[in-house]
Write a protein that binds this ligand. Structure first.
Ligand code: HEC
Length: 116
């Protein structure tokens, strides 16, 4: 039954693009690990965390106007060096991860802004 093996191989081959599409966006894993505890899985911010940090919950919302106006480079600067209660990630994350996380954050910001 040689055709069976061929058919199975063909089915597997044609499924590969679908499987690749189901993979998480680059930067998502590092974002979820390093950023979501404060900024939330969607970037909208975690109110409970803001209460713990004793800050305005709006500061954790990456969809707010001030953040949307910043360039990717400016956001990266803040991520690497920190700002007020925002921790510095320059020594905590690999450089390659930082870029991927910035791109992923920008995609969350775009979604938050579109939802407005
Ligand atoms: C301990 C909580 C905490 C974590 C974790 C955290 N942030 Fe923040 N982040 C903050 C706070 C607080 C601010 C607001 C800073 C301010 O403007 O006072 C902020 C602000 C920002 C801003 C907007 C800068 C601005 O002008 O306010 C960006 C972009 C950002 N964070 C990205 C990230 C990324 C990317 C990660 C993960 C690598 C991350 N943050 C992890 C607390 C956190």
């Amino acid at each position: 039954m040689r055709w069976r093996a061929t058919t199975i191989a063909f089915v597997i081959a044609s499924m590969q693009p679908l499987m690749a599409g189901a993979q998480d966006a680059p930067g998502k894993a590092a974002y979820d690990k390093n950023c979501a505890s404060c900024h939330g899985p969607d970037g909208a911010g975690v109110a409970k965390k803001a209460a713990v940090l004793k800050i305005d919950p709006a500061l954790l919302n990456m969809g707010r106007d001030e953040v949307a106006k910043q360039t990717k480079e400016e956001k990266k600067e803040i991520t690497l060096n920190g700002k007020n209660k925002m921790p510095a990630y320059g020594k905590k994350m690999a450089a390659a991860d930082v870029d991927a996380v910035m791109d992923y954050s920008m995609s969350l910001i775009a979604k938050l802004r579109a939802g407005k």
